[in-house]
Ligand binder design. Structure first.
Ligand code: G6P
Length: 536
């Protein structure tokens, strides 16, 4: 009875994301096998437990027949998931096309594909039409399951058209939208032919959330920064408060302000492209305020820490230690995506081996490259390129019994991944651009005893939270990454300990639970404030 009361008091949260946290695979006997999906969004949202949550999204499979749809709806209901059925053509145009060939590279500063530079090309227009249509299909499913009082939380670049669709059908719905990728400078965003429609649609939401700090700051090695970053998320989102804290606690000369910042970029895009007014709280259009704020995402760190105690994880760690005895273990875990900078990372490792022959049989790079978006030609080209480089380097530095790079084109189960993180000496997260990058957080969570070193791209959102503990690098600078590898491998224990401590405190105190709770409570407050304003 108590449990029922507790559950009844939880707020209902409809999480709407392109991908459900599970992907469905149809078995020969027409039953369904559900597998956990990969990616930062799923990793963060799995830790959200405070709400009565329903997920709405695509199960990653085409289900043309009615019987299949019915059985899948039933199978997913057990996981509190509700599917949106997208046919092959829509997936091709909306997901492979507009989302992953246009928005994803653009938001990560890789520009628009050459053939789509002109807004008038047929492929661009048909992809955008499919994008709108897919968003309308998501809206229809939300409307079907919405109960008054629910909070609707839309996620990521796939669903920028959704806030408007939802508000058009019910202006009282509480709608938040959160972007897990960077939001680029307005100069980049303005190259997008549908720039205006997307911004206007997102502004229909009550609250717009972006992943990184505002203002962003880091100061590698400075302990002062730890004081600022370990303060509660809420305070970090209030830029005037951060300024006040900085003025009171820190010497200005010790600070470096990042020139990029996703929340600020979003507001600038609205002011420069739409001609609207930016305020310290967000964006205002004819008296209507849309709140825009940064909500730094985290992971469910306890899940990783607890897993390390399990016998199967301990056994796996033992096996790995025996397998790589006498060698330092370096690790990369990335989706095989152009933003992750895999070729650059592997070339940096090659340079390190070239310049440090004494390390050649004493270090191994384990690269887990999770296949992703395999129908998009750009990703297919990248896979071949990475394989070619790995093959060449292994041919060059391998021996009859060992190779310097173990490259795996697959994902690992959760327990194997935890074991791998725990035995790693140096993790290499060298994305060319990344919203936050939660692999860096997962690695830190698993390093309580080893205190390994994190080499982290300055272009990952995580650089702003883990910058003081990690070695920050420019991933495009292969020479710099190669010398950072040497520095990390030779780092004295006391320095490793200090750096790890900073990062561990951050990762374990800025969790996904806290992130979600803060976003939803801010969304609730925003709506109450808006109602008060209207009444005045
Ligand atoms: C990133 C995106 C997520 C996406 C994930 C996996 O983390 O921000 O929205 O789900 O990549 O990509 P996929 O295309 O397989 O869903």
């Amino acid at each position: 009875c108590e449990r029922q009361d507790f559950r009844a008091s939880k707020q209902r949260l409809l999480v709407v994301a392109n991908r459900l946290p599970v992907s469905a695979v149809r078995r020969d006997d027409d039953s369904w096998h559900l597998e956990i999906s990969v990616g930062g969004l799923v990793s963060a949202l799995l830790g959200v437990k405070e709400f009565e949550t329903r997920w709405i999204g695509w199960a990653g499979v085409n289900v043309p027949d009615e019987i299949g749809q019915k059985t899948l709806i039933k199978a997913l209901a057990e996981k509190r998931c509700i599917p949106v059925f997208l046919d092959e053509e829509i997936v091709h145009q909306y997901y492979n096309g507009y989302c992953n060939n246009i928005l994803w590279p653009l938001f990560h500063y890789l520009g628009l594909p050459q053939e789509d530079r002109l807004a008038t090309t047929r492929s661009f227009q048909s992809q955008f039409d499919a994008y709108k249509k897919a968003n309308e299909m998501f809206a229809a499913v939300v409307n079907e399951h919405y109960v008054e009082g629910d909070v609707v939380w839309c996620h990521d670049y796939h669903l920028m058209f959704l806030p408007k669709c939802l508000k058009d059908s019910n202006r009282n719905m509480k709608v938040g939208w959160f972007l897990h990728t960077p939001f680029p400078s307005s100069e980049i965003h303005r190259t997008l032919p549908s720039r205006t429609q997307l911004l206007r649609s997102v502004l229909a939401a009550d609250l717009v959330g972006l992943v990184n700090f505002s203002p962003g700051l880091d100061s590698p090695g400075s302990l002062n920064i730890a004081r600022v970053l370990s303060l509660p998320v809420l305070t970090c989102r209030k830029s005037w408060l951060v300024k006040l804290m900085i003025e009171n606690f820190l010497q200005p000369k010790e600070l470096f302000f990042h020139t990029y910042d996703y929340a600020r970029h979003f507001v600038s895009a609205c002011t420069r492209i739409l001609g609207l007014e930016g305020t310290p709280e967000g964006v205002e259009d004819q008296g209507k305020l849309t709140r825009v704020a940064a909500f730094p995402i985290g992971i469910d760190s306890d899940r990783f820490i607890r897993a390390l105690e399990l016998p199967q994880v301990q056994d796996h760690m033992k096996e790995l230690k025996e397998r790589f005895a006498g060698r330092k273990v370096m690790l990369g875990v990335d989706r095989l995506d152009m933003i992750k900078g895999l070729p650059q990372k592997i070339l940096a490792f090659e340079k390190f081996l070239e310049e440090n022959p004494q390390w050649r049989d004493k270090v191994v790079l384990l690269q887990i490259a999770v296949p992703t978006r395999t129908d998009v030609p750009e990703y297919q080209r990248l896979t071949s390129q990475v394989h070619e480089i790995v093959g060449r380097i292994n041919g060059r530095f391998g021996t009859l019994t060992t190779v310097p790079i173990h490259h795996l084109d697959r994902s690992l189960d959760f327990h194997s991944l935890c074991a791998l993180y725990a035995v790693t000496d140096v993790a290499l997260v060298t994305s060319l651009r990344d919203g936050m990058n939660l692999v860096s957080y997962e690695f830190v969570a698993c390093q309580a005893s080893k205190k390994g070193v994190l080499i982290l791209s300055e272009f990952a959102g995580a650089a702003q939270s883990l910058g003081a503990g990690a070695i920050l690098v420019n991933p495009w600078n292969v020479t710099e990454v190669a010398s950072s590898i040497g520095y990390a491998l030779n780092m004295p224990a006391d320095e490793r300990e200090k750096r790890h401590h900073h990062n561990f405190v951050h990762v374990t105190s800025h969790t996904s639970q806290e992130w979600a709770a803060t976003f939803v409570s801010e969304l609730n407050d925003t709506i109450v404030e808006a109602q008060l304003r209207t009444r005045q």
